[in-house]
Design a protein around this ligand. Sequence first.
Ligand SMILES: [Zn+2]
Length: 272
Amino acid sequence: MRYIEPHGHMVSRVTDDYQDMVTAGCAAVCEPAFWAGYDRRTASGFEDYFRQLTDSEPKRAARYGLPHFCWLCINPKESEDVGLARDVISLIPQFIDGPNVLGIGEIGLNKNSRNEVTVLEMHIDLAARHDQLILVHTPHLEDKFKGTRLILDLIQADGRIRPERVLIDHVEEHTARMVLERGHWGGMTLYPISKCTPARAIDILDLYGSDRLWLNSACDWGESVPLAVPRTALEMRRRGWSPSAIDRVIYQNPIRFLSQCPKFKLPSESVT
Ligand SMILES: [Zn+2]
């Protein structure tokens, strides 16, 4: 089996997780900037985090031959202070041309507050000005439908963003359709207790097709499983998916979306 982990918060994981992922067939890991388990109080705290994502973490992954890519932003969970967000966003251009930086993310909304919307608009503008891919975090539980619709409207309103260059993550049964209908890609996050279980994610693939959807583990500081993608592949096999159809979802789809950034390259084979 081969797969891409397109959304893993490796700064929260131990080195053994890297070994397990490579052993299971992981060919690349992509790490969006997000909450690190605590609120950072200063812009310099984020500057150190960006250095970790663009320098230290790729080196740690490289010890196991695993290419590591990242996305940069101030995440929606820490976006309530617009002044801090403005300072953090002003740091991003100096990191954006780094060899492992894929784009701006994971931006979006957490509680759908007015300040979060302001910061989201600032990120969309940053991505447009620097011609970057966008990775979007959508809120959880009861706010998800409303928040997802709000995010899609804000992206559409900007007018400079091509929909196929935006991936909306954490889609579920009630949000996948609107994401795909707007021309975006969707990500399904496999969590043991919330978001999507493997069974639900496969149901969504059966319902909406696998053309523009990917699977990720989002493995982070909380209860999550770094091997959630290959384990879901085993469940797909059990449900009668062919090896080539599974490969398309867990390997080829992430490559198709991520290759829109010319920096996304796998060392062992040419990316098609
Ligand atoms: Zn995440």
